[in-house]
Design a protein around this ligand. Sequence first.
Ligand code: AGP
Length: 594
Amino acid sequence: MCGIIGCCGVEGAAGALIKGLERLEYRGYDSAGIATISNGKFEIEKKKGRISALKNALKSHRDYAGKIGIGHTRWATHGAPNDINAHPHQSGKFALVHNGIIENYAQLKEQYLKLTNFKSETDTEVIVQLLNRLYSTSCLDAIAKTVKLLEGSFALAILCEDEPDKLYCVRQGSPLLGGVGNGIFAASDITAISDMAEIFYRMDDGEIAEITESNVNFYNFELERVEKERCEFAFEDMRTDKGNCEHFMLKEIYEEPEAIRRTVDAYLMESTIELKLEIDKPEQIYIVACGSAYHAGLVGKKILSELLKIPVTVETASEFRYSNPLLNSKTPVIIISQSGETADSLAALREAKKLGSKTISVVNVANSSIAVESDFVLYTKAGPEIAVATTKAYSAQLAALYLLAIYLAEKFKTAEQAQLDKLKKELKELNKKVSLTLDCEEQIKRLAEELKDIDHAYFIGRGLGYCAAAEGSLKLKEISYIHSEAYAAGEMKHGTISLIEKGTTVIAMNTQAELASKLQSNIDEVRARGAKVFAVTSGIDITADETIITPALHPLLQTSTQIVPIQLLSYYIAKERGCDIDKPRNLAKSVTVE
Ligand code: AGP
């Protein structure tokens, strides 16, 4: 989704902005632009398409000598992706870039800007027009007046020609952080500036930063000074190259065993799970997340309810936040998020806190909003994930949820210790089992060649197999653009089986021995109607047109190995189809708007 970078006091600011924008490319975008100030005047360039198009435009125009600037990658919400709607937007002495959505932009136009000639179709332009309109002598004053009128979420980086040595930033509901290095930087995502700054400051909602070459002052919207502590990031985790792989996604699939090992080793010492989580015995647990993180939550539900013997409800964050959930201090809420910035998940977290629940987050990005705002954070140790389609972060989320479930079951003595000891032992070996699963790659490449031209696929499974099916189906559709659906295998005959005809592709996920015969019946039912069935199974006998065998492990942990062949299959099918694997169309890595 949209990305912001800003810098002040940086030689060759345009180069630094482009470098930062390139590091934000993974978030997904459809246009990009920068503005610098040179000799007191703006130089603005923005282009539809990739950053390479912006770079070409910059080369052919001016020399961009300024030491201050702002840059943006836009993921269109209001107005088509084109040069005009791309950021930065300018009005009078102001230029700005914006992440988020201004929900009351139409009212603001009507109330304050009736006579203004708008150049773009964006909600963002309202902000810059308001700044221009409310400006008399002080930028800070105009910014404070403007942001108080805005409803919605916004992170802003603002330049003003009257103060050509200052960069202003605002955060309200969209992430933004500051960094000090050779110059001072601002970015919506640490990745953009991790190798240009050494000291970092996380902005909180309702804050304005006034940045000069040598100093940063923070204010609230009443323009009272706010003191900030620096925050730490683990930089050994920050490598973001593809290594020897053609795509980040493949590299990240190979990194899954390591992501699991690091997550498990961070909390499981010898045979003790060490979490500093203070919590009363829950009566019920809610899990809230989006997309793949929601699918990890489905797995979390199974293991938590099995070991804690209490009801566990999983909901997508976009539904949960508006569902008037019945929460109290006995109903902790677990929020799962790779980025820690997903708007719906963050809103769900805030709602849960408001209603008195203890909030536990499972997050990959240190110091992200969800991590900072939750009562307890269990970090996954997947390292930076660049491909839009999550693989290693999902696997690390599963590992974290296993740890949490076993920890709570031990704490409240809700399961046999022998069972928990066995699970812990298997958890220590999980990375090796996942590593062995990668051996199926050659078989998968052959299958991908066979399946590359299909139009539809159905994933079926029972129990944890259904959880794997849901995630597998999402993986296939998001990167290969093949229509795909996941069903609890027993549900097929209640409607969807009418879509099965000769040659329809069905992928069956088998995780639990006790459900295998039931799944087999469902496989037989679709095969009898002409479906071609590929089954992923862990040594449990399943008859299908082709089986992919994964290493056997404790049934409660089985999703961790089951998903890997499907991630690989999705990858190789997408490759066969020539798709943009790391940046699938229309998708963003971190969904920071509702
Ligand atoms: C999965 O491949 C997707 N990229 C998407 O579903 C993702 O899991 C979802 O947007 C949630 O993101 P988060 O984990 O950063 O909150």
